[in-house]
Design a protein around this ligand. Structure first.
Ligand SMILES: *Cc1c(COP(=O)(O)O)cnc(C)c1O
Length: 357
């Protein structure tokens, strides 16, 4: 059995389309030349368009997982002089808390308790903040925040708005201009449906102004911004994944972003339409198109369901850890999904619960 024989519904890595896999099978080219520079410059422009980045924005390409880009954003954009509101709704919010602490950035640790912050009045309790950090989709519990409301709050309070959009980019709407976002963090292995290893930070002109020399040599944005002007990175980039990114961005440009988001919504709706036949409930009231977080309503442990789907049906859904181990598991709708592919999971859950339709 190979990895290609199992059905994958995890929020990273996600199912990768075959035209992307084919690029991965080729020899990685040398990259310190004009032909690779042109690819990187093209990727930057296509990403700026997709994110609706303000004029003068730039992209930093990092060979790192998403957390590396989160840490790089904290290191390059914030200092001990800042005070950051961190929206800490789950494991990824907690990661921003941990990163700020590690880099001695003072924080207000805001626990939204399952709310999407369409109402931001609770944030008014935090005085003298200079920045706000949020995971647009908190992937551990499937809550999609109201980024328009949070963006307006940041504008009103003049906060540097740093957004981890890793698990909602190209499946759900995000707009750096309308939502007053200064740094948008994205990664290859979620909605972009590429292999893991490449992460990017899109910086608004306001964020670029705030970039200060980082203590880290590898993650020093100034070098990336300077080298990026000629389509290069200071260190070896994820050459193959960048070629895959280029092909993927061209495909999205051809099909349009709207089509991409509509497709994710269609897949999510299709799956959700079947849930009420199973002893499973929706865990989040504010679901993205990217993913559905489910909770058993019959007392069965969620981790048990995850185990049985893998062992009996060769289907990989995402377990939760820690306090949510028994109460939550997650089904991703990101990547190269079709309704026929989702049917495999629906049929398995029907069989598991003895449902006949
Ligand atoms: C997947 C993910 C990350 C990145 O995690 P890595 O394991 O470092 O790639 C960050 N934030 C969110 C919201 C995610 O879903």
């Amino acid at each position: 059995m190979t990895n290609s024989d199992s059905y994958i519904f995890t929020p990273g890595p996600v199912k990768i389309p075959s035209y992307i896999l084919a690029i991965g099978a080729e020899q990685a080219p040398y990259f310190r030349n004009e032909s690779f520079s042109n690819i990187l410059i093209d990727c930057e422009q296509l990403l700026l368009n997709l994110a609706a980045a303000p004029v003068g924005s730039r992209v930093v390409f990092l060979a790192a997982s998403g957390t590396g880009a989160m840490e790089a954003a904290v290191m390059n954009l914030l200092s001990t002089a800042d005070k950051a509101i961190v929206i800490n709704g789950g494991g990824f919010g907690q990661r921003f808390v941990d990163l700020c602490k590690r880099h001695e950035v003072a924080i207000h640790d805001h626990k939204p308790d399952g709310e999407n912050l369409a109402d931001t009045t609770a944030l008014n309790a935090y005085d003298q903040a200079t920045a706000l950090l949020v995971n647009a989709h908190e992937t551990t519990n499937g809550v999609l925040y109201d980024m328009a409301a949070i963006g307006n709050y940041c504008l009103k309070n003049k906060l540097l708005h740093i957004v981890d959009a890793i698990s909602m980019f190209v499946t759900d709407e995000i707009n750096m201009t309308d939502q007053h976002i200064d740094a948008l963090i994205i990664s290859s292995h979620k909605g972009l449906a590429l292999p893991p290893g490449l992460s990017m930070v899109i910086l608004s002109p306001r964020a670029i102004d705030k970039v200060a020399p980082a203590k880290s040599l590898y993650f020093n944005f100034q070098n990336y911004l300077e080298d990026g002007l000629r389509g290069q990175t200071p260190f070896t980039p994820t050459v193959t994944i960048l070629l895959q990114l280029h092909a993927r961005l061209k495909q999205i440009e051809r099909d349009t972003l709207k089509h991409e988001i509509d497709k994710a919504r269609h897949i999510a709706d299709y799956f959700r339409k079947h849930i009420n036949a199973w002893p499973l409930g929706l865990y989040s009231r504010f679901m993205p198109n990217a993913m559905t977080a489910l909770t058993p309503t019959n007392g069965e442990s969620a981790s048990n369901i995850v185990k049985h789907l893998a062992e009996r049906y060769n289907i990989v859904v995402a377990p939760n850890g820690g306090a949510l181990k028994d109460s939550v598991f997650r089904v991703s709708h990101m990547g190269d999904m079709t309704t026929a592919y989702v049917d495999v999971l629906i049929d398995a859950l029907d069989h598991y619960y003895g449902v006949t339709r």
